[in-house]
Ligand binder design. Structure first.
Ligand code: AMP
Length: 221
C-alpha cells in the first residue's frame, strides 16, 4: 500500500509517518530526511541542496525527483511505503505517478493533515530533533527527560536550522503557493482523506490508522 502524508510543515507528518511505519510495517520515506543525510555526508546532492533548504525554499525538482525515484525502486519499498515531504508541487505529483506506473503501481491513499498556522509555528519553533535516531521532541509540548538528550537513544538533540521563525514563515509561504494545488490534485482523483491534525499526536495517529485499515480492507474486497 502506497500512502502519502500531506500537510504544512509542522503538521506532524514526520512524527506520524515514523509511528505508522512501525505499526503497519512499511518503510517511511522522507525526502527532507534523505536530503539532510546528503547534506551531513557532504555529497554533491547535499552541497547543491543546502542553500535552498537553509532559506526554506524548495530544492529544485531535478535534484529531488531522481533521489525519490531511486528510493522507491529499492526492494524494501515494493510492498508499499509511507511518503512524507513528497510531492511538494504538481510536477512532483506527476513524476511520482509516472514512476509508480512503470512499476505497475499507484498511490493508494493520501492523508491530508490539516493544521492551523498558529499551531504550526508553535510546534516548529520548539521542535528538537535527535542527531542520532531522528526522534522528535518539543521544548514545551514534549520535553526530553534530560535536557537536550534523546529519551530513546541518548543522542544529542538540536534545533533544525530551518526551524527558526523567519524561515518557518518562508516555508509556510512556499507551502501555500506550491503544495496547495497538490491537495486539489489528489482530491480530484478521489484518493485524498482530510484529518484535522491540530490535536495531540497520539489521537491523530489513531485516526490515521483507522483510515489506513479501512482503505486496506476495501482493497481486499
Ligand atoms: P521537510 O523535512 O519535509 O520539512 O523538508 C525540509 C526541506 O527540504 C524543505 O524546506 C525543502 O527545502 C527540502 N525538501 C524536502 N522535500 C522536498 C521536495 N519534495 N521538493 C523540494 N524540496 C524538498
Amino acid at each position: 500500500m502506497r500512502i502519502i502524508l500531506l500537510g504544512p510543515p509542522g503538521a506532524g507528518k514526520g512524527t506520524q509517518a515514523k509511528t505508522l511505519a512501525q505499526e503497519i510495517k512499511l518503510p517511511h520515506i522522507s525526502t527532507g530526511d534523505l536530503l539532510r543525510k546528503n547534506v551531513s555526508q557532504g555529497t554533491s546532492l547535499g552541497k547543491q541542496a543546502q542553500d535552498f533548504m537553509n532559506k526554506g525554499a524548495l530544492v529544485p525538482d531535478e535534484l529531488v525527483n531522481q533521489m525519490l525515484t531511486e528510493r522507491i525502486s529499492l526492494p524494501d519499498a515494493q510492498e508499499g511505503f509511507i511518503l512524507d515531504g513528497y510531492p511538494r508541487n504538481l510536477a512532483q505529483a506527476g513524476i511520482l505517478d509516472e514512476a509508480l506506473k512503470k512499476l505497475g503501481k499507484q498511490v493508494d491513499l493520501v492523508v491530508y493533515l490539516d493544521t492551523s498556522e498558529a499551531v504550526v509555528i508553535q510546534r516548529l519553533s520548539g521542535r528538537l530533533v535527535c542527531k542520532n535516531c531522528g526522534a522528535n521532541f518539543h521544548a514545551t509540548n514534549m520535553p526530553p527527560k534530560k535536557a537536550m538528550t534523546c529519551d530513546n537513544c541518548g543522542g544529542a538533540l538540536y534545533q533544525r536550522s530551518d526551524d527558526k521563525e523567519e524561515t518557518i514563515r518562508k516555508r509556510l509561504e512556499v507551502y501555500r503557493d506550491e503544495c496547495a494545488p497538490v491537495i486539489k490534485y489528489y482530491q480530484a482523483k478521489g484518493t485524498l482523506q482530510r484529518l484535522v491534525a491540530d490535536g495531540e499526536a497520539n489521537k491523530v495517529l489513531v485516526d490515521i490508522v483507522k483510515l489506513v485499515r479501512k482503505h486496506h480492507d476495501s482493497l481486499k474486497v
